[in-house]
Design a protein. Structure first.
Length: 437
């Protein structure tokens, strides 16, 4: 399929300069490629658009492996490929579920491109679940993270098991200190688009807290932001739990994300935030990379970023593409803004009189049937309109998973829908329908 057709399907009018440069390098040269570009600038699409042109769709083997540091990026990258509708099959592979279950899906789906965490890819290659000799392309997304010490052994093992790699594409918003020898980079084209004028769309403020414990100041700042979506970053899991609990007690609709949650908890949290069922996401730096969260208005550093790179990835959650956004540093009595900022942040003054927390427009419902029950998005819409007495415009984002569905509906109709769908059948089968909290 031509790139123009894919862009039309995605609703994208034109490519950025970075995306055009990567497309040309993939399609018109034989060099390896390094891409440095801000978070939210479209790096996933930059490599996938030309890569799908290189896939042999009449072959059922894996031809490209995309290594990513976390499951969320693996899932979202696979979703981007699916949305492109280019006739190239993809699949996400990651921990949290049995390798054997993924192996069955690999044999069934026969993907051309797989998106995988390094540890899980090692499992599949060691068990010969993937034909290593067929893999010609290696893409490392967020390569600075993947090549850090915590991942290096796993990365080296993966690459050592892929003897037929012909091209490598490495992408990130920040550079790696050194490129390990085992990556085996050949003649390389390097594209650095980190200075893209994004700073003009991002306003940076500091908010001074009179107390060391900044929870009350955070609550006031969020109330002043109204319904604008905000991501609050902290450096420790227990701090995330404490902050999320406090904000909920204050009446905020909060999602919480950190590495100690299981897969479904993480998916629930992200889904509620992405579909406007929660205005606030409280998280560790797990949420600073690889998550395609639309329309984030505010980034709030409750804890200061531990490094400049961590700061770059955090603020990359807002002011994405051509949008604008704000970043706030919450500073206690003994804290100051990081020295690596080019300018001292502007002081943001909180109003004396503030409204209560704004309620989000939507809520998320869980429907206990999915793809394996032959349920489609159209089935969900029909069910909610017929049995729940909703109108199409009152239904938001729908995600149909293997065994269940998520669907966003307007908040004011949730009690009506839960009451009227209780005990009803979707496509002839009774199912559980409940509110995701």
């Amino acid at each position: 399929m031509e790139i123009k057709e894919v862009l039309k399907k995605l609703g994208i009018e034109s490519l950025s300069d970075m995306q055009k440069a990567v497309k040309r390098a993939v399609l018109e040269t034989k060099k390896d490629i390094v891409v440095l570009s801000p978070t939210g600038s479209g790096k996933t699409l930059a490599y996938l658009l030309p890569l799908v042109q290189r896939m042999k769709t009449d072959v059922n083997d894996v031809q490209a492996i995309v290594l990513v540091p976390g499951r969320e990026l693996a899932q979202q990258s696979a979703q981007v490929l699916k949305a492109m509708g280019a006739g190239v099959r993809g699949m996400a592979l990651y921990g949290g579920k049995p390798t054997m279950e993924e192996h069955r899906l690999l044999r069934k789906e026969m993907p051309h491109i797989v998106f995988a965490t390094p540890g899980r890819m090692n499992d599949h290659l060691s068990k010969e679940n993937i034909e290593a000799l067929s893999v010609k392309w290696l893409i490392i997304d967020e390569f600075d993270k993947c090549l850090q010490m915590g991942f290096q052994d796993e990365m080296e093992q993966v690459i050592s098991k892929l003897p037929s790699i012909e091209r490598r594409i490495l992408l990130s918003a920040t550079d790696a200190d050194d490129m390990p020898r085992f990556v085996n980079m050949g003649r390389t084209s390097r594209f650095d688009y980190r200075e893209d004028g994004r700073s003009e769309r991002l306003k940076i403020y500091k908010v001074e807290s009179p107390q060391k414990d900044k929870l009350e100041t955070l609550s006031r700042l969020l109330r002043q932001q109204g319904s604008t979506s905000s991501v609050v970053f902290l450096n420790h899991r227990d701090s995330v739990e404490r902050t999320a609990s406090y904000l909920r007690s204050e009446g905020f609709a909060v999602s919480m994300l950190h590495g100690g949650l299981d897969q479904k908890q993480r998916e629930d949290a992200l889904y509620r935030f992405c579909n406007a069922s929660a205005n606030v996401l409280v998280c560790t730096d797990l949420a600073s990379r690889g998550l395609d969260i639309p329309d984030v208005g505010n980034i709030i550093h409750y804890h200061l970023p531990e490094t400049q790179d961590a700061y770059v990835h955090r603020v990359g959650r807002t002011a994405r593409w051509d949008k604008s956004g704000n970043a706030f540093f919450l500073l206690g009595p003994s804290e100051s803004a990081p020295s690596y900022l080019e300018e001292e942040p502007e002081l943001f003054t909180l109003d004396e009189q503030l409204p209560p927390p704004a309620a989000p427009l939507m809520v998320t419902l869980y429907i206990g049937k999915g793809k394996r029950d032959k349920i489609s998005k159209a089935d969900v819409v029909g069910f909610l309109c017929k049995k729940g007495e909703l109108q199409n415009k009152e239904i938001g984002r729908i995600d149909v998973r293997d065994r269940y569905c998520y669907v966003a509906i307007v908040r004011e109709k949730v009690n009506q829908v839960l009451k009227k769908t209780n005990g009803e059948k979707i496509k002839g089968v009774k199912t559980l329908i409940e509110l995701v909290k």
